[in-house]
Write a protein that binds this ligand. Structure first.
Ligand SMILES: *Cc1c(COP(=O)(O)O)cnc(C)c1O
Length: 359
């Protein structure tokens, strides 16, 4: 079985060593020493001053929306994982979809301004597949119209934009450390911000609003993560450079072997140093994409229709469907890409795709 992705598991002894420490301290969660250590190491890794390690990437988005006080409508992309849109609705806001750029697959900055109305309070954009949005254009529009910007950077571990970690951008950047992501803590996520007061507000929110044992500072939720999750992160952090390098080699190998496959691939945004998190290909039609998927599945290979359907088709949203996102969602497949995927397996995938095309 070759899945679209497979979680990275480090040598078990290295994880066990951390677990021994947890047993000694009997401190399992609530801002323990390993959570602290992971936060320090991640801040160093990304060169960022402010970060909170959270329970997952979805709660990260929800806390960001709350902390920024977003209300009414939020401009967002229809081409992302469902959590981007569902978090908006969960926070009692309304998603206002702006279509994507057909080359980068990210929200089309040129179409944002015409969508802005008085009841729009912010922009929530995803850096899809680890490729950055047109950050410069988005920041300009946001500052002109006094809108807050959240980036869903769930795919972006290791992506750099104009010399800085991509997490440095936006009023808040969120990410996910879920097991399927390039770097993971089993379940987990984080928020980043440049604003110390905003970080403080989000820190209260992460811990029920607790301000000491008997005092509360505003409404909060349980967004904490545990020592066990932090331990997995601390071990995986040692391997993440190797993981990204491997993804890059595998991606370049696909590029080389699939030159004759009639597909479109996302164009990397100018200024973006990409992390090779995913390998998406866009076929000429939905029919071809589905045929390719079926042929791969016959041999126990599972590509995924990331992201299908376009989020504007969710039954709890009500805005017109942006046509480019709709169209690309139907034709795209992400090919298997993970640490242990071998050259032989990649070649098998390549052969099936090319053979199916030539039928
Ligand atoms: C994975 C993902 C999320 C959700 O992260 P979780 O940690 O699974 O809650 C949000 N947005 C995008 C784009 C994702 O890929």
């Amino acid at each position: 079985m070759i899945n679209v992705t497979q979680p990275f598991l480090p040598p078990k002894e290295e994880y066990d060593k951390y677990v021994e420490g947890i047993w000694k301290r009997n401190w399992l969660t609530n801002n323990g020493p390993l959570v602290n250590e992971l936060e320090i190491q991640l801040k160093k890794y990304f060169g960022q001053k402010h970060l909170l390690f959270l329970t997952n990437g979805t709660v990260a988005i929800q806390i960001a929306i709350r902390a920024l006080g977003l209300k009414g409508k939020i401009i967002t992309t229809p081409f992302s994982y469902v959590a981007t849109t569902s978090s908006i609705v969960w926070e009692h806001c309304e998603p206002l979809f702006v279509d994507i750029d057909q080359h980068t697959l990210n929200i089309d900055a040129d179409k944002i301004e015409e969508a802005i109305t008085d009841d729009v309070s912010g922009i929530l954009a995803t850096h899809c597949f680890g490729n950055s949005c047109d950050i410069n254009a988005i920041e300009k529009i946001a500052s002109k119209h006094k809108l807050k910007v959240i980036y869903d950077a769930a795919h972006c571990f290791g992506t750099v934009y104009k010399g800085k970690s991509i997490f440095a951008y936006g009023d808040v950047s969120t990410t996910s450390f879920h097991a399927t992501k390039l770097f993971h803590t089993i379940e987990g996520g984080a928020v980043f911000t440049q604003n110390a007061d905003l970080l403080k507000r989000m820190a209260y929110m992460r811990n029920f609003g607790h301000d000491g044992p008997e005092k509360f500072n505003g409404v909060g939720i349980n967004g904490k993560n545990s020592e066990f999750h932090a331990a997995m992160g601390l071990v995986n952090l040692k391997y993440v450079g190797e993981i990204i390098q491997r993804r890059k080699e595998q991606s370049l190998f696909y590029d080389e072997m699939l030159q004759n496959l009639k597909v479109q691939k996302p164009v990397i945004q100018q200024g973006c140093d990409f992390n090779y998190a995913y390998y998406p290909v866009i076929f000429e039609s939905e029919e071809i994409a589905l045929k390719m998927k079926a042929e791969l599945e016959k041999r126990n290979i599972s590509p995924r229709r990331y992201f299908y359907p376009s989020l504007s088709s969710l039954d709890y949203v009500s805005t017109p469907s942006p046509p480019i996102s709709d169209d690309i969602a139907k034709r795209i497949l992400c090919l298997p890409l993970y640490h242990d995927l071998s050259r032989e397996e990649q070649l098998m995938i390549v052969r099936i795709l090319l053979r199916t095309q030539n039928y």
